[in-house]
Design a protein around this ligand. Structure first.
Ligand code: NCD
Length: 312
């Protein structure tokens, strides 16, 4: 099976560390512009998104171009998927155009894993249902490490709609491999008890103050209304119990950082004062998304070797 990137659960600590270290090489210096590299010249990646995305799709596209590759983006609503083509047929059609990797986002958990078994082209998972979003967890880890913190023993509170969050799962798998102390917090209906078994070092609470006490990292999650079939909370009630406000930060470590994968809903899971505060690293996460995805693309495409026809 070709080696794409399907999840952080499958990665070893060494592989993760290598990607995070490499991402640092790709980052521009303070006040500098992103440099363009030649590493993947002549290669092509296809972005195939069956779900909405701003950050992830754009940053994969920018990452590919910064490495000298060509990037083509396809949105499902504008493709033959809307004409009833099956997923396997769509992927086979794309694969026949010989891209070096397919980056895909899909509403079904496990969709990229299923397709990878049928396809020679490596697949990079950009989010599959409620399952995994590996590059988000990698860029989150890069952002935490940039603050000088070690992940070992670090108290990380992940708060919100855990049940439907692929960001939470990928972060739990990654952070637990490095010995972080992870607290998952949300209302009972969005925090199934089985999640305590996801990985070593995970505890659950429905109490926001308890989750935040002494936390070095607070990771807020959006309520994923598109994945909820049950009646949801009124926004104001949710915010009262699980919305992050300035007064919460006093309970956390004085150096605490506040993260959010975006898109943020101000006044629903996070107040504007917190989102725009000095403690927020939300835009650093977005920025790190590019260099981390460059490191991922380099790793996946370098594996493929240079099997194109030589131009010389
Ligand atoms: C997340 C996603 O799509 O899983 N967003 C992202 O990739 N930055 C989280 C979300 O949609 O809430």
């Amino acid at each position: 099976m070709p080696r794409g990137l399907l999840g952080t659960e499958d990665l070893t600590r060494e592989e993760i560390q290598a990607i995070l270290d490499r991402a640092r090489d790709f980052r521009p210096g303070e006040g500098q512009r992103f440099q363009k590299f030649d590493i993947l010249r002549g290669r092509m990646v296809v972005n195939l998104f069956f779900e909405a995305s701003t950050r992830t799709r754009t940053s994969f596209e920018i990452a590919a171009r910064r490495l000298g590759a060509d990037a083509v983006s396809i949105t499902a609503s504008a493709s033959s998927v809307s004409k009833g083509e099956s997923l396997v047929d769509t992927l086979n059609t794309l694969a026949a155009m010989r891209p070096d990797a397919i980056i895909m986002r899909h509403a079904a958990s496990g969709a990229p894993h299923f397709l990878q078994r049928h396809l020679e082209t490596p697949i990079i998972n950009a989010g599959d249902g409620t399952h995994e979003h590996p590059t988000q967890a990698l860029l989150d880890a890069r952002t935490i490490l940039d603050r000088g913190a070690s992940l070992e023993g670090l108290r990380v509170a992940i708060i919100g709609d855990i049940a439907h969050s692929r960001v939470a799962r990928s972060n739990v798998y990654l952070l637990s491999k490095f010995g972080a102390d992870i607290v998952l917090c949300g209302p009972p209906s969005l925090l199934p008890k089985e999640l305590a078994q996801l990985a070593p070092g995970v505890t659950l609470t429905n109490n926001m103050d308890e989750a935040i006490r002494d936390a070095a990292v607070i990771m807020m999650l959006r309520v994923q209304l598109e994945r909820q079939h049950e009646a949801s909370f009124p926004a104001s009630e949710y915010f009262q119990f699980y919305g992050l406000r300035l007064e919460h930060l006093r309970l956390a470590s004085p150096e605490v950082i506040v993260m959010h994968p975006g898109p943020i809903n101000r006044g629903r899971e996070i107040s504007s004062e917190v989102a725009d505060s000095q403690r927020s690293v939300i835009l650093n996460q977005v920025e790190n998304g590019i260099s981390v995805r460059m490191a991922v693309l380099e790793r996946v495409l370098a594996e493929q070797g240079n099997h194109g026809v030589s131009a010389h």
